[in-house]
Design a binder for this molecule. Structure first.
Ligand code: F6R
Ligand code: MG
Length: 370
């Protein structure tokens, strides 16, 4: 605990430092490199505790510490771990090892250096259950629908009508990627305005959720990353989501319930296709079919004075088998569209690049209509 505030910080840093095989998974040597370094930092009391996870080819460093959100020490530690992992990936010639991190030296923060950053600081309750979700082959917009359901839809979350604290609702911080401005909207009062924005998942992203009764942080998303291609802040690929659960927050079960519907998300093959988000246990987070379909994993922890008790693999539950089967059916159906919409997403970087190449090749063969 922070001796001044008594607060703990939960930081989840994610990065793709090289895929095994292609963009399917991450090599055990990479995960071990991260674990060894975090183990040493915990021994030196730089951090309180850690866990290393992977979803597809993304690795996630789950760290507890007392240094607050945006701590230079924790960000630099994570940066050094990711660069060490990248060195291992380069040595093994893993796929795309050169792409996930900026080729620059650390400047004080991980934000906009390549990795995703989701952090939350709070006073640990007598019981502090948290769920850390990681996805692969999709962007930040993928969280909008489940986060809305968890914190604003009583058909998903019974606590919104049955828990006295939760009946006051939750407030959502929404980022507009086009203007780089943010707004806070309170549900249920401003539900319709909220939905009008966040349904547009490529532009408006829910980045944080607060409890209306006391402004306690309830959820946070790694919302922005530096686009290696465009050289600017853009929708984050493969972001993480942290959710606090139980007693005044949605229960662990209400959190998981939002993923029982395999909703359509954008990303998948070459970041240019829409497909269903499939909730899977850790060992099934290997998107091999057409580089997908997009996956989500959920790691449950109880915090105990900063210690991460867990993880519990939350989607390792047969009650999600039907969701996975439905996601496979939707995959079959969607794939039949091949290069046609709505499977192929409009305006992806891959589509824009390929259409300009085709147009260049066809040159002046286009004629005015008569
Ligand atoms: C999408 C993804 C993959 C790659 C695809 C092409 O997020 O990671 O679908 O876009 O496998 O990869 P490269 O360009 O590395 O051959
Ligand atoms: Mg990746």
């Amino acid at each position: 605990m922070d001796s001044n505030t008594g607060k703990i910080t939960l930081s989840v840093m994610t990065a793709d430092v090289g895929g095994f095989i292609g963009h399917v998974s991450s090599h055990p040597d990479i995960l071990n490199t991260a674990k060894e370094r975090l183990y040493n930092s915990r021994e030196k009391r730089v951090i309180e505790d850690f866990h290393v996870l992977r979803c597809g080819d993304d690795i996630g460093l789950i760290i507890t510490h007392t240094k607050g959100v945006g701590s230079k020490v924790v960000h630099e530690l994570s940066w050094n771990i990711f660069t060490a992992c990248r060195e291992v990936a380069t040595e093994l010639k893993l796929h795309g090892a050169e792409r996930g991190l900026l080729n620059e030296s650390f400047k004080g923060s991980l934000v906009c250096m390549g990795p995703g950053v989701a952090e939350m600081e709070f006073l640990e309750r007598t019981s502090e259950p948290v769920v850390v979700l990681m996805c692969n082959k999709t962007g930040t917009g993928a969280w909008n629908l489940p986060v809305y359901k968890i914190f604003a839809d009583p058909f998903n979350t019974a606590g919104l009508i049955l828990d006295a604290v939760m009946t006051e609702g939750f407030s959502f911080k929404v980022l507009d990627l086009a203007s780089n401005k943010e707004i806070i909207l309170s549900a249920p009062k401003e539900l319709h305005s909220l939905l009008a924005l966040i349904g547009s998942t490529e532009r408006y992203l829910i980045t944080e959720v607060y409890r209306n009764s006391d402004a306690e942080p309830a959820a946070t998303v790694s919302s922005q990353k530096f686009s290696m291609e465009a050289g600017e802040a853009t929708e984050m690929c493969e972001p993480a989501l942290i959710i606090r659960c139980q007693t005044g927050f949605p229960t662990a079960g209400e959190t998981m319930e939002a993923f029982s519907f395999p909703h359509m998300v954008s990303g998948w093959m070459r970041g240019a296709h829409a497909g269903p988000l499939m909730p899977v246990p850790f060992y099934e987070a290997n998107p091999t079919r057409f580089d997908g379909p997009p996956r989500v994993i959920a790691a449950g922890f109880q915090l105990s004075n900063g210690r991460l008790i867990g993880p519990h693999d939350m989607f390792d539950d047969p009650s999600f088998d039907e969701t996975r089967r439905r996601a496979s059916d939707i995959t079959d159906y969607t794939r039949r569209h091949g290069p046609f919409r709505p499977h192929r997403s409009p305006n992806s970087a891959a589509e824009i690049a390929s259409i300009s190449l085709v147009l260049e090749k066809l040159g002046d063969r286009f004629r005015k209509t008569s």
